[in-house]
Design a protein around this ligand. Sequence first.
Ligand code: UD1
Ligand code: UDP
Length: 386
Amino acid sequence: MSSLRKNIAVIFGTRPDTIKLAPIILELRKHPHFRVITIATAQHRHMLDQVLDVFKIKPDFDLDIMEPKQSLAKLTKNSIAALDDVLVETKPDMVLVQGDTTTTFVGSLAAFYRQIPVGHVEAGLRTQDKANPFPEEINRRLTSCIADLHFAPTSTAKRALLKENIRSENVIVTGNSVIDALRYSIKKVYNFPDRRLNEFVKERRRIILLTMHRRENWGTPMTGACEAVKKLVSQYPDDRFVFPVHLNPIVREVVYPILDGIENVVLIEPLPYSDFVNLMARSYLILTDSGGVQEEGPSLGKPILVLRTITERPEAVKSGTVKLVGLDPTRISATARRLLDNATAYRQMANATNPYGDGHASRRTIQALQHFFGFSKKMPSEFRPR
Ligand code: UD1
Ligand code: UDP
């Protein structure tokens, strides 16, 4: 058994990978077997900093590679060169990456080139359609090829990895650390810095929360979804539609011309994570194409309509809290109207279920790392939803 502390380099760069790695970083920091090196590509700048503020994490290395409307190739090129320099300087014993962003894939590739073992958090999500989500389906498949240790959030994800001939002793079902982050952040009483949000809660308005950003939805699908929302908004003047708009200019160029200036629509800047999840907890209905929001909603008992044609997160669709509505404007507004008009249909969807985690994913991840490095003989017991 090794007695030396192991250096774990955690690489992140966007809003979602940082939210999901934050609880693991905080746990790792407390652990006597490990020393953490935090490396931010800063693929996102402002949205990353918002998350780092909430979890009080200051990266040891900040590569600051974001550029407006950066192409995927340029993002890849800039981040791999900068990551390689840091890996050469810090010589970690393992690199941890999360999910399916370009930072995830490039982080794992940079580690592979330097022959550093890779741990992949949230491994095994698949749609089996390389165009959906684009480019994430390929990012995560490529990361699975490289990773040495795979932290699958659910048993479905583990099965997908085993089908790809990944050895079962290198896969552990941990649950998703997004639920650890959620538990850290949800408060019974919450004061939103934006006073309008406090008023909606106080006035007991139904809040319909929206998010959209996926690349495969850019252009016509996103325009259609916004038009569907615009129609809905006019039919429910007493409800409040809150849309924190992603900072990607390509998204903003679609959303603002259609939805700005309407009385019961609030277009706002991306919310800090704690504001966002506390707003989710106080919302009536959520429409989104986000991955993370699909995992958080069920845990909060909120019906989610997913603005995508396919999802790599089938668990909550099966348990009934999430509906895949696609991007057909008629279907989006009809499904939303049914939930807004019909209390029985609403209640059938609004069940709190936890197919994605129990808040202990970080602990299991660290125990699996202890096993990997020979600090403990046993892998932890796996997450099983109740
Ligand atoms: C990226 C991830 C996607 C993830 C999403 C979460 C890739 C290829 N895509 O989306 O998997 O679901 O993040 O949000 O890794 N911008 C800012 N400030 C910010 C963030 C973004 O100005 O804080 C603007 C910049 O102009 C940037 C653009 O948004 O170039 C797009 O950023 P990018 O990381 O390419 O986002 P997506 O690919 O849309
Ligand atoms: N989120 C946030 N502020 C917002 C919108 C979303 O903090 O204004 C959080 C949300 O709670 C979830 C994560 O961002 O944990 C999801 O990120 P995003 O939708 O950008 O990416 P995806 O999960 O689709 O990769």
